[in-house]
Design a protein around this ligand. Structure first.
Ligand code: OOG
Ligand code: NI
Length: 458
């Protein structure tokens, strides 16, 4: 019988190859990874309780390999091709993000592993956006964009053959997997030669900088890779010290004793040399797209918790807007801290009020005599609850990350127009509901823990 490499292992090969490639292409990413590793090590040293709890939940093992990336594709064919490619690595579309609210003409999903075992091995995720030509005002330009995109092929022939092979033979051998990773990587490479001339680039750029980024090149270059830090505030302060220019504020919730959801910050996109089609030898222009980002992950919130989060964030943004050059950042942070008092910074409160998802385990596997309730088991220390880590993204934060790298002088002429069914049609599949996934994972851990305590009846 043929031995196939597990999709989790293919994903690990791929994410490490991607990280190596990006480190070579964008050296500041290497500096950022080093900074994050240093600060993670320091945080774990300074806080043995955190180290201990990350050990029991298995989070510690994935910390150093954990990162996400982002790409932007142009057509339905590209998006569905990407879906098939990521499926080889055990990554499936989760969630729908409408970025039109922020004046960005894309909608998105995140490809990521979905089961607990795969997540704990390597939760590599790729935030994937699809350009929406339907949101363009200039229909003639939209037509031209469609023509340009129809001419390009973002997958090598060989990678397509290997993806087809997975469908027919059921997996990839070690040797095929190594070849698959090398071939797949080509899709995400940076191309210094643009496929369009300076004039076309300028027209695309004038319509929206993001459109120029998606359309002008041979493929959907990876635009950032994001390592996970345990202390984003310290990394934010440490960035300038290592020559990295950080964005004005950290996106997401404020600093808390018990982190929730996702906090993110990034450094500005690089100005890169590009040779446009038709340019003479020695001529070149520039394009900026690629940047670096870091993130800190906390507890996944339930719908009720998320509603509180969305309200607190909206109130903050209304009360303390930040200017294009980052002015008002301090007032924003103060307001954020104030508004977030509605979400208790205490794990037990979050759990009993149904604001966050938890995973349960038995303190010790032993059949106890009958207990009256789950709460009683927790109170006596037999059943232990720890927060489930948020594995997804946040639309408002994503918009902030997009904006800061597109230049905040960007005009936004779009109104909110979510269209999940059009996205799913382009994708060729439906996206999974993240809330349902966390709820299932919580329930499953609770049932197992209760069984291990001889309390299956509860
Ligand atoms: C994606 C931005 C979203 C995040 O971490 O929220 C993102 C992009 O700029 O293409 O990566
Ligand atoms: Ni990101």
């Amino acid at each position: 019988m043929t031995q196939f490499l597990h999709p989790d292992d293919i994903r690990t090969l791929f994410s490490s190859a991607m990280s190596d490639m990006y480190r070579t292409e964008v050296p500041q990413y290497g500096t950022l990874v080093q900074l994050v590793e240093d600060i993670n090590a320091e945080t774990l040293r300074a806080c043995p309780e955190l180290a201990e709890s990350m050990k029991t939940t298995g989070e510690i093992g994935r910390l150093d390999v954990e990162r996400h990336g982002a790409i932007r594709v142009g057509t339905a064919e590209e998006l569905s091709g990407i879906r098939r490619m990521f499926a080889v690595m055990g990554m499936y579309p989760v969630g729908y993000y409408d970025l039109s609210v922020a004046g960005i003409p894309v909608h998105s999903t995140a490809f990521r592993p979905v089961d607990a075992a795969s997540l704990s091995k390597n939760p590599f995720r790729v935030f994937t956006s699809l350009l929406r030509l339907d949101l363009l005002e200039d229909q003639e330009l939209a037509e031209q964009v469609a023509q340009i995109l129809a001419r390009r092929m973002i997958f090598t022939n060989r990678v397509t053959e290997l993806i087809d092979l997975v469908d027919t033979q059921g997996g990839l051998t070690q040797e095929q997997a190594v070849e698959f990773v090398a071939e797949a990587l080509n899709t995400f490479r940076w191309h210094q030669n643009a496929t369009v001339c300076t004039n076309t680039y300028q027209r695309l750029h004038d319509a929206h900088r993001l459109i120029a980024d998606v359309v002008s090149f041979q493929g959907p270059h990876i635009n950032h890779l994001t390592p996970r830090t345990l202390d984003i505030d310290t990394v934010q302060v440490g960035m300038p010290e290592r020559g990295i220019l950080a964005k004005a504020v950290i996106e997401g919730p404020p600093t808390r004793e018990n982190p929730i959801l996702l906090r993110q910050t990034s450094f500005k996109a690089l100005e890169e040399k590009v040779v446009f089609s038709g340019q003479e030898a020695g001529e070149s222009g520039t394009h900026s797209a690629r940047f670096g980002e870091i993130e800190q992950r906390g507890a996944a919130l339930t719908k009720a918790g998320r509603a509180l989060y969305d309200q607190a964030l909206a109130k903050t943004r209304a009360a303390a807007p930040i200017g294009a050059a980052g002015e008002g950042a301090e007032a924003y942070q103060d307001e954020l801290a104030k508004q977030f008092h509605v979400i208790p910074d205490d794990l037990e409160d979050m759990r009993t009020q149904g604001l966050a998802y938890f995973q349960y385990r038995a303190a010790k596997n032993c059949a106890l005599s009958d207990y009256a309730s789950i709460e009683a088991l927790i109170k006596d220390g037999h059943l232990i609850a720890s927060p489930l880590t948020y594995e997804d993204f946040l639309p408002v934060s994503a918009a902030g990350i997009f904006q800061s790298n597109l230049g905040s002088d960007e005009q936004s002429n779009y109104s909110a127009s979510a269209n999940q069914s059009a996205f799913e049609e382009a994708l060729g599949a439906s996206v999974r509901d993240p809330f349902a996934m966390y709820a299932a994972s919580e329930r499953e851990s609770l049932l197992t823990a209760l069984k291990n305590l001889g309390q299956a009846r509860l």
